[in-house]
Design a protein around this ligand. Sequence first.
Ligand code: PLP
Length: 430
Amino acid sequence: MSEFATQQIQAGYVPGTPQNSAIPPIYQTAAFQFASLADAADLFALRKTGNLYSRNASPTQQVLEERVAALEGGASAVAVASGQAAVAVTLLALVGRNGHIVAANQLYGGTVDLLQDTFEDFGIRTTFVDQDDPEAWRAAITPQTRALFAESVANPVAQVLDIRLVADIAHEAGVPLVIDNTVGTPFLVRPGEHGADFVVHSATKFLSGHGTSLGGVVVDQGTFDFGADPERWPQFTAPYKRFGELVLWERFGIGQSFAPLVKSKYVHDLGPSLSPFNSWQILLGIETLDLRVSRQSATALAVAKHLQQHPAVAKVNHPGLDDNPWHDLALRYLPRGVPSVFSFELAGPEDDSTHERVARVVDSLKVVRLIANIGDARSMVAHPASMTHSHLNAEQRAAAGISLNTIRLSAGLEDPADIIADLDQALALA
Ligand code: PLP
């Protein structure tokens, strides 16, 4: 097994004939020609795996899947059109009709929208809990619960999850733990090593690092045994309706059954396929993941320390700081560094004047840009209360640790001195 830096460049691709391309090629084709009708029938019936139609998978996408699975230490992976799609198809495949999810309060706003609005429309219910409260996780689990869901490092307040604690609670109840590791990145933390069974990513962020392309990935860590309680998991253990007598768990087994279900049902039916070009762009980004993340983490910590001393800043939410409530968890789970997405609170009351004060600061930034993204090469700010988390009510925002004064910062690859000088000139206007 190679080390991380080697895998991020090599995993999933061996140059081969006919062209011996050193870089994985972009297979920009909607469909593939079959060798024969018998070959086509085998592929359609899942008797055989191979190239069929790019809605289900493309060879460029498969390199990406293998690479992210390798980086997360997982067994298999599925890449889809966005992080949002990765979360959606993962939970649909696990939870099914009338199922129940227990999720952390501290989630990306788009995930909250999915869980409390769209999933509710389809009869999938979610109970939100404080991720730091083990009793709340336990108490929320019902006989219908089919997944526990949280982010390894939440956005924008950077709460660090005690992954092992929540994984043990999930496993005591016989359900898998799904972790969104978008902010954490597999370079800083591999949730599978701490008990997570499925790891999802918005590949749009750190995996890409360039901000050009949307994408998402889910990794099956190969740890959850759906066969241990077959009645609870009929999607894996009973005949798969559209494929006659095929039972995924018997055909593919642990670590290899989830991807065929997601691809042949949810991606096939709903269509959130990743394009070959975006797969390729994300692969290119991954080649420099460790270098970017190391540098961005160091910059973010330096910026956080500077902001902590600033009179216009009331509080800095960065778990690399000694007095942060999640500092001990950061030392345990993030020994290589804390992610570069964190937030700070402007000093001043939360009242009618807050928005104007925040706008004065944000609108006068020049190096740091106002962009609703994280984890790419440029430094970006967002105001969660009016942007990414604007659909949450005041109570939900408070539970996620977000106030009207909260400004999220994603530290980029610019010179740290320029980022700090830019923040200083903007904060002087607060
Ligand atoms: N998960 C997290 C933690 C995110 O921050 C985001 C996007 O901001 C998503 C998922 C959704 O990803 P995408 O924008 O690629 O759909």
